[in-house]
Design a protein around this ligand. Structure first.
Ligand code: SF4
Ligand code: SF4
Length: 205
């Protein structure tokens, strides 16, 4: 019988035993970049307009040097769309340190603290835990397959979001060339169709 081809070995598989202690620290420390998919899920799930979840950070308020494609050109300058904080933490963090939007939370929150590296064929190669000191490992092992599927969905949604940002920014350049004002934050959300309405492919007046 021919030997069974060996599956790639996942380095860092021991991190799958992570269990969240619900300390809430990541919800205070990390700024969650939102896509239009995240916003639609939050908006539909909590029954609130998309803009109530959003805060806009300028480039000097956040380190996103590795992901310039998420910055949006607005009338106020380049901005990054993140989940809004209030009182030093995510606005959805509850007093008992639990997430107030657990079933609808953004994909970055669902994946935290895992980080998955893949090879050229997109096969999982290495798993790391972003905050091994706080995020301990005393739980039942998480299954790799659903985690990898969620990670793939996250990257796909981010790619789609960045394509929309690119289109918006191209239209913004066009408007500048013709000395027209750039769109504001509300216009960008309407462009995304983030509240559930169909996106429109033009900068509003
Ligand atoms: S993921 Fe980690 S930092 Fe965040 S609440 Fe859980 S244990 Fe705390
Ligand atoms: S949406 Fe929930 S999990 Fe994500 S940062 Fe806010 S409180 Fe934390």
């Amino acid at each position: 019988m021919p030997p069974t081809p060996s599956l790639p070995i996942l380095r860092g598989a021991q991190h799958l035993t992570f269990r969240c202690t619900a300390c809430g620290e990541c919800c205070r420390r990390i700024r969650v970049v939102l896509t239009h998919h995240d916003l639609r899920r939050l908006s539909a799930g909590l029954g609130r307009p998309a803009e109530t979840f959003v805060q806009w950070l300028s480039p000097d308020e956040v380190d996103m040097t590795g992901e310039p494609g998420s910055f949006v050109r607005l009338a106020v300058g380049r901005r990054l769309m993140v989940l809004a904080h209030g009182g030093g933490a995510c606005q959805l963090l509850q007093p008992d340190q639990r997430c107030g939007a657990y079933a609808h939370r953004p994909l970055d929150c669902r994946l935290y603290p895992f980080h998955l590296e893949r090879d050229e064929q997109a096969r999982p190669q290495e798993l790391t835990r972003l905050d091994p000191e706080r995020c301990g490992d005393n739980g039942e092992p998480t299954q790799l397959e659903p985690l990898a599927a969620l990670d793939a969905q996250r990257w796909q949604e981010l790619r789609e979001f960045q394509q929309r940002v690119l289109r918006w920014n191209q239209l913004a350049s066009h408007r500048l060339r013709f000395r027209k004002p750039l769109g504001d934050e509300a216009a960008f959300l309407a462009f995304l169709g983030a509240s559930g309405s169909a996106p429109h492919d033009g900068v509003p007046h």
